[in-house]
Ligand binder design. Sequence first.
Ligand SMILES: C[S@@+](CC[C@H](N)C(=O)[O-])C[C@H]1O[C@@H](n2cnc3c(N)ncnc32)[C@H](O)[C@@H]1O
Length: 324
Amino acid sequence: MFIHNPVMVAQVLSYLSIESDDIVVDCTLGEGGHSSHFLQKVNKGTVLGIEQDAGILESAVSRLKEHRDTFIPVRDNFSNLKIIVSGKIGKKVDKIFFDLGVSMYHIKKSGRGFSFSKDEPLDMRLDLARSLKGMDVVNRFDQKKLAEIIWAYGEEKFSARISHLIIRERAQKPITTSIQLADIVKKGIPRKYWPKNIHPATKTFQAIRIFVNDEIEILEKALKDGIDSLKPGGRIGVISFHSLEDRIVKTVFRELNKGCICPADFPVCVCGKKRSLKVLTKKPLTPDEGEKNENPASRSARFRCAVKIQPVVKAAINREKEIA
Ligand SMILES: C[S@@+](CC[C@H](N)C(=O)[O-])C[C@H]1O[C@@H](n2cnc3c(N)ncnc32)[C@H](O)[C@@H]1O
């Protein structure tokens, strides 16, 4: 009944260290795979599950119905995290979790053109209230903009050739389905450069999906809002599947892991910067070989986790010291 296998569950549970009275915010509820594990642990607290896709949210609600006393589902975008937490919880929370990207539900069941192996309308929206679809991007944007998107969000070396072909093909006939786009991309990449383990259209599809759903632009602020919403001692865990996302997570964690940045010979701090995070994963954790073999979709997962700390100003020197 549920298509998506939650990834890296053991590592997520171990690093988030969930207690029975915790308030946990799952910012990417999906089919509720991770939240079902959180709810096993939380029997006196709350799991707040945020999901922008009404269809998948419905299946999570049905999956988690036995936890109706401890589970709060919300259909919204995690870019509104602070407003959602203050409206539904009204205080700081213990754990924040993100499992970024799309679910297997989207690829296999939604019928919205996320997969190049099925002929579906090229929609690619996670939230059907958005106006821009994948087919609008490929039929309306100029070649320069298309190449920029395919390069920036897909890191596709043949972005210029692919965008040139998109313009040429759409002059004959609008590009409205996933297979149509996949065939154009295949023509745009010389066969000797086709990747060995993935479909040649993977990167282009990923790029257009990320653009349509504004997945990268909102991430930095959402992470910072999440960290702001944590109690001291609270933890944030993030699974990403894309190098751009992982770079954003790493950069935000690093920035908040640093305190005063005044030169070492300044007697007092003038920058006012306080360390607010202690990173628990120096390098991102990855799934073990067993999980990768059992669930190939987990292959590119990267998990990072950090704990919020309470900055303390030391009066004599006025430089901060942190306690975790
Ligand atoms: C990888 S799946 C999560 C799977 C989930 N952890 C599970 O085990 O079932 C990511 C989910 O996050 C949702 N999502 C992605 N970006 C979002 C956003 N900005 N706001 C709310 N939901 C989002 C997607 O619609 C998708 O259902």
